[in-house]
Every structure is written in structure tokens, then in C-alpha cells.
Design a protein around this ligand. Structure first.
Ligand SMILES: [Zn+2]
Length: 214
């Protein structure tokens, strides 16, 4: 099996849809992230990322489980890219992950486990786009390291792509996007309740892995 490539081109048309209104801040927002949340609510602007509570719970649980051993975890954010009044935003419906080769210093997908990741993605009952990735920094606070920046630039370079970083020990979470040569924190929000189901448009078989993530 070839190595899957994640390229950012969106093949589906971007839907013009009003973002969800029933939102709440994540309980672990850093002071900066909390400021961005409040400012976005006050100006009624669109958040960059709308994270379902299902996805939020999975990220929390996975990072908390690995935290006692100081291990990092990571996964892909699966959802949709939408636009509203000229602003692009993403909906994260679910996450996909698999066994990881992780250590206190770094984390990466275990290549042997990729077939399981794609089987996991295959069970998703919606036609998704990989809208970004998440990983944990147990005890190191939230930022993008040089390695993270390389990952972001190589695999998540579209304007809608984000990186969610969670520190389960300091209880902090932030969302970042590339900006110029560096990165910035972007406002994100949690959405409770389900999103309406999308019709599944294609099957993601093992042989279509590269295609699936394009
Ligand atoms: Zn990192």
C-alpha cells in the first residue's frame, strides 16, 4: 500500500450555510483562546472551527488516557468546509485515529496501523473532508513546534486547515492555522447535539486510500 497523501484540494463545492448557533466555549480555553472566543461572540463573527461534542470527547479521552505516561496522541479532524458571508469555516463531525508510535517527545502514526485508520474512516457515515489534525502536548502547553509546522505546511496548508493542540495536564486547548511564515491562534467553538446526517457519497476502500484523503 502506498503512503496516503493528504492534499488540500476540495473537490466538493463549498456550501453556503449559516454556522451552528448553539455553541459553547471549550472548558479548557487558554486565556488567549478565551479572549478570541469572547471577541468572536461579541462581534457575531464566524468561528474558524465548529467542533462537535462527539469529536471533543474523543480528543479529550484519548489525550487524558495517554497523559499519565506523558505520551502524545494524534488524529485527523473529519468534517466539512463551508462558507458564510464570505468567511470559510469548518465543521468537525468526528475524528479518526489509530495506534500511534508515541513517546513523551514526539508522536506519529504507526505505518503498520494505517490500514486500521482507514477502516475507521470507512465507518464514518458521512462524506467527509480532512479539515485538519489534532495532537497532544502533555505538560508542554499549546503551540506549534518546528516539527508541527513542517507537518502543517506539508499536509495541512489550505486556508481552512487547522491544528488543534491539547495539553491534558495543564488543561489547555487551542486551535491554530498557518499565517505567513508562522501561525496564529484562531477562534473555535464546541457545538452540542448532532449535525444533520449527510448522504454518504463514496466508499473508502483500502485501495482508495490516497484518493480518500485527497
Ligand atoms: Zn506538537
Amino acid at each position: 500500500m502506498g503512503r496516503p497523501r493528504i492534499v488540500g484540494e476540495i473537490r466538493k463545492p463549498v456550501l453556503e450555510l449559516m454556522p451552528p448557533s448553539a455553541t459553547r466555549p471549550h472548558a479548557w480555553l487558554s486565556p488567549d483562546a478565551a479572549k478570541r472566543y469572547k471577541a468572536t461572540c461579541a462581534t457575531r463573527e464566524t468561528f474558524d472551527v465548529y467542533l462537535s461534542s462527539l469529536a471533543e470527547n474523543k480528543i479529550l479521552e484519548q489525550s487524558m488516557n495517554a497523559a499519565p505516561k506523558m505520551l502524545e496522541v494524534m488524529g485527523l479532524l473529519l468534517g466539512e468546509v463551508r462558507s458564510w458571508k464570505g468567511e470559510i469555516y469548518t465543521i468537525v463531525r468526528d475524528v479518526g485515529t489509530t495506534d500511534l508510535k508515541n513517546s513523551p517527545a514526539k508522536v506519529k502514526f504507526d505505518p503498520e496501523a494505517l490500514p486500521r485508520l482507514f477502516a475507521d474512516l470507512d465507518r464514518a457515515d458521512f462524506d467527509y473532508v480532512v479539515v485538519g489534525w489534532y495532537h497532544s502536548h502533555p505538560g508542554h502547553t499549546c503551540f506549534l513546534s518546528r516539527t508541527d509546522m513542517r507537518t502543517q505546511k506539508a499536509m495541512f496548508s489550505q486556508s481552512f486547515h487547522c491544528a488543534i493542540v491539547i495539553d491534558p495536564l495543564n488543561r489547555e486547548i487551542e486551535a491554530f492555522k498557518l499565517r505567513g511564515d508562522g501561525y496564529i491562534g484562531v477562534p473555535f467553538t464546541i457545538v452540542d447535539g448532532g449535525f444533520p446526517r449527510m448522504r454518504r457519497l463514496r466508499t473508502l476502500g483500502g485501495g482508495q486510500v490516497g484518493q480518500a484523503l485527497q
